[in-house]
Write a protein that binds this ligand. Structure first.
Ligand code: FMN
Length: 185
């Protein structure tokens, strides 16, 4: 199976690496591939038993490389099953980590007419010192509205790493059962 990620500040990459680590423990080799380095070909995607996308959200949308990946995936006549993990800060709120409860995930699934075997939103990282002035001010304002930290020095890792590990185990089970293909879209 192949694991792809679209990350700007590194958290989606870290999540992809963590899942790859869990897969490796079960004997599955899935080195994460950065979509910023280029999209796979349709043939590469189609040949996989299962594909996994970890994509970060920025200003209301998944990063362009993530969306392009989904567009490509959606063109495959016989697509392998898809696991779609969306990384954003909205997911830190209760009920906002599911395919129905998380608007970014829900909209991308609808836009590309996807039927992922597993879709989850994962809370990302807030790191004000890393952001430029404009982004920092905008995110602080959003945090003010949504009850998050506004201290410009705040660095908060909201990612539930134990839950990410559990997802890794769940994904390994999807591959390991060897029946990924019949649940394809
Ligand atoms: C400029 C910027 C815009 C963001 N926009 C959103 C957003 O619209 N909704 C949201 O829930 N999180 C938003 N986030 C939070 C990111 O999704 C979060 O920081 C995530 O961990 C980033 O993933 P990455 O490190 O892989 O790029 C934004 C973060 C930044 C820096």
């Amino acid at each position: 199976m192949q694991l792809y990620y679209a990350s700007r500040d590194g958290q989606s990459r870290r999540i992809a690496e963590r899942i790859a680590g869990r897969l490796a423990e079960t004997g599955l080799d899935a080195t994460p591939r950065d979509l910023a380095a280029g999209l796979p070909t349709a043939a590469e995607l189609a040949a996989q038993p299962l594909v996994l996308l970890v994509a970060a959200v920025r200003y209301g949308h998944h990063l362009a490389a993530g969306e392009q990946f989904l567009s490509l995936y959606a063109t495959l006549p016989s697509a392998p099953p898809l696991v779609f993990l969306s990384v954003n800060l909205t997911a830190r709120k209760p009920g906002k980590d599911t395919a129905t409860g998380n608007a970014y995930l829900r909209k991308s699934i609808a836009r590309h007419n996807l039927k992922p075997v597993l879709a989850r939103a994962i809370a990302g990282r807030l790191d004000y010192p890393l952001y430029g002035w404009r982004d920092r001010q905008i995110i602080r304002f959003i945090m003010l509205l949504t009850g998050g930290p506004t201290d410009p020095k705040a660095q908060v890792d909201y990612t539930p790493w134990a839950a990410v590990d559990d997802l890794g185990t769940e994904i390994a089970g999807l591959v390991g059962r060897g029946k990924t293909r019949e649940t394809a879209r």
